[in-house]
Design a protein around this ligand. Structure first.
Ligand SMILES: NC(=O)c1ccc[n+]([C@@H]2O[C@H](COP(=O)([O-])OP(=O)(O)OC[C@H]3O[C@@H](n4cnc5c(N)ncnc54)[C@H](O)[C@@H]3O)[C@@H](O)[C@H]2O)c1
Length: 364
């Protein structure tokens, strides 16, 4: 079935949606909206999208059935709820919201309106996430005991011209990169039950050294170094480090440890890449064959294009499973917020949200 899509927010990531969605001929972008109408018009003309303008005009257009929301995180709740109330289904970029209250209001709006709500990240739907999930479900590592996940820093002030937003509320390594890592863990290991953590600001200011910088120094008002322990409902224990304060490291991205072996995952901010297995009887690591088709060529910008999650939402509208769903994204948000809360309270936080492991894309 063909879907008519409207994009709200023609900023940095929007072109990657336009490029990625070209893989899906039944997903047609017909409208681009932005408070900056000129920016919307430029993107529309670059990708031959017939119309552009305001979000209000987009929402009033009955021919549009799916809205892709690419506004900044602190605007997700308001703009997503407006779209749901206008009768649209919505796919929103990560994080779902920046507070639990906003996230709950979004879930309520979804329940009370005809459309459905999906959310990034969708990278766990790529061939690597699915191959890792298949390995776990097939018992290749036996029973999972533990996992480690390391957001290994990006010293964004060395390359981003105006990185201030990354160091304020709604930013930081947990909210910015955490969604990819936590979604990958929950896809493999199921929901998280408890979170304990400590976290701190690495330094109060950052000197911006990016060659094309628009600012020389930025204040840091969000924790930039967090260590957490995730206790999964399954009994597995996750060791999680999320930092913007590491100059260099040899840490892996994600590993999962089972009674029979170890699984080593690729960068969860990409769709495809090597998933490696070492069972106890193996002398060497073994690269697993991908169990689903690749989204794009490994090591190229294709890995940062978007669209798989929107296609998943379209499948759910046709009656299929909804994998990158609002309840999954809310659970990821719940866990991220719990890291700061556990650190501030010096207490373990019990997560109230529940989610299921998303249905796999491979034939099980
Ligand atoms: N840039 C990235 O590399 C990247 C990667 C992954 C995810 N994301 C996520 O994508 C989302 C957007 O990020 P970005 O980097 O493209 O941000 P951006 O600031 O470059 O773009 C946001 C756009 O939204 C527009 N906007 C703001 N309020 C609006 C409103 N009420 N109605 C219509 N348009 C409005 C702004 O004018 C701007 O053009 C965020 O949730 C972010 O976390 C970004």
């Amino acid at each position: 079935m063909t879907h008519n899509i409207g994009i709200v927010g023609a900023g940095n990531i929007s072109a990657r949606y336009m490029q990625g969605l070209q893989k899906y001929p039944e997903l047609k972008v017909n409208y681009i909206a932005d408070i900056d109408h000129a920016r919307a018009a430029t993107l529309a003309s670059e990708f031959a999208v017939p119309r552009s303008g305001s979000a209000d005009a987009l929402l009033a257009d009955d021919s549009i059935d799916i809205v892709i929301n690419l506004t900044p995180p602190n605007l997700h709740a308001r703009t997503v709820i407006q779209a749901l109330e206008a009768g649209k289904s919505v796919y929103v970029e990560k994080p779902l919201a920046t507070t639990r209250e906003d996230g709950l209001l979004m879930l309520k709006a979804e329940r009370e309106n005809p459309g459905i709500l999906g959310s990034a990240p969708d990278t766990f739907l790529g061939s690597a996430g699915q191959t890792a999930r298949h390995a776990i479900d097939s018992g290749y590592i036996g029973t999972p005991i533990g996992a480690s996940a390391f957001v290994r820093s990006s010293r964004a002030e060395t390359w981003h011209p105006s990185p201030g937003f990354l160091f304020q509320q709604g930013g930081g390594p947990v909210m910015d990169m955490g969604p990819y890592y936590i979604a990958a863990l929950v896809n493999c290991l199921g929901p998280i039950r408890r979170v304990s953590a400590d976290a701190r600001i690495g330094s109060e200011t950052r000197i911006v050294t990016a060659p094309d910088r628009t600012v020389d120094e930025i204040p840091v008002t969000v924790n930039t170094h967090a260590s957490a322990v995730f206790s999964f409902a399954s009994g597995a224990i996750g060791t999680v480090l999320m930092s913007f304060d590491i100059w260099d490291t040899t840490l892996p991205r994600i590993e999962i440890y089972g009674t029979e072996g170890t699984l080593s995952l690729n960068d969860p901010n990409t769709f495809d890449g090597d998933v490696r297995l070492k069972r106890r009887e193996h002398g060497e690591w073994q690269v697993l064959e991908p169990v689903t088709p690749l989204f794009g060529t490994v090591g190229t910008p294709e890995q940062h294009r978007r669209g798989l999650g929107v296609n998943d939402l379209a499948g759910a509208l046709a009656g299929g499973p909804h994998r990158a769903s609002s309840s999954f994204a809310f659970h990821v948000l719940d866990a991220m917020l719990a890291i700061d809360e556990a650190a501030a309270a010096k207490q373990t936080i019990l997560l109230e949200s529940r989610t299921e492991r998303p249905a796999p894309l491979f034939n099980s």
